[in-house]
Design a protein. Sequence first.
Length: 296
Amino acid sequence: MASLKEVRNRIVSVSSTQQITKAMKMVSAAKLRRAQDNILRMRPYAQRLSGILTNLSSQTEGSITNIYAEKREVNNVLIIAVTSDRGLAGAFNANIVKAVVALISSKYSSQAAAGNVTVLTIGKKALDAFNKRGMPVISDYSTVFTNLSFDTVRPAAERAMDGFVAREFDQVDLIYNEFKNVATQIVRQEQFLPIEDKPVVAADAAAMLVDYTFEPSKEQIIEELIPKSLKIQVYKAVLESNASEHGARMTAMDKATENAGELIKELKLTYNRTRQAAITKEILEIVGGAEALASA
């Protein structure tokens, strides 16, 4: 059984850890509010931009004729993996790494065997994880969260787009955590390039019945909208991941605080039992000594 001093030291240590986890939970809660506001503002814009693009492409013979829509044999693959820069967020980062590994194993095993699968990492945790696995990594974009904005994320999207245009990559996939609520983050996998024609939903079909005059032409508008839409897609994924990170860390720190409280209760119970046993032992020793003196 541990001594009273050892138990006291453990109680002090766990109490200090509990204060840290409480503080981290509060910090994450404050950051989550801002991150959640950002993604809630971005979602309608991204959806509307995608809807406009879908409508225009549907009015131009129903297909997108653009270099970013070129479908070819998939020999070289790029996977954009979005994680965080820091840990202590539960399985937040591990889920992305697992999703990338599972995607490679199930869909790109032959390309991986030939060394033709590259990972573009957004977030230090992804960079560290795939460097350890010895995978080809594009690591110039692992610190975008230090100053998160469209301008800091745009180069990552442009790198993937330029690589596709130059035939360095034949397909680009995007994997990130989508923010649902504080306790739930959903791992999403999207085909980034080549872009796919999307079916027109009923809400957009009604808008297409209106006779619009386009200036410049529909085709030219599509040519300008596609690159912007692709960059917005990556930026939205990073914002989703940022909100998800703070939600996951807030949940993890809340659970850690609760666990620390339970551990402190157990340690205090152990301390009281140990102290009680020590007092009982001392009383027995005194009584035993008194009886020995009386019988002498």
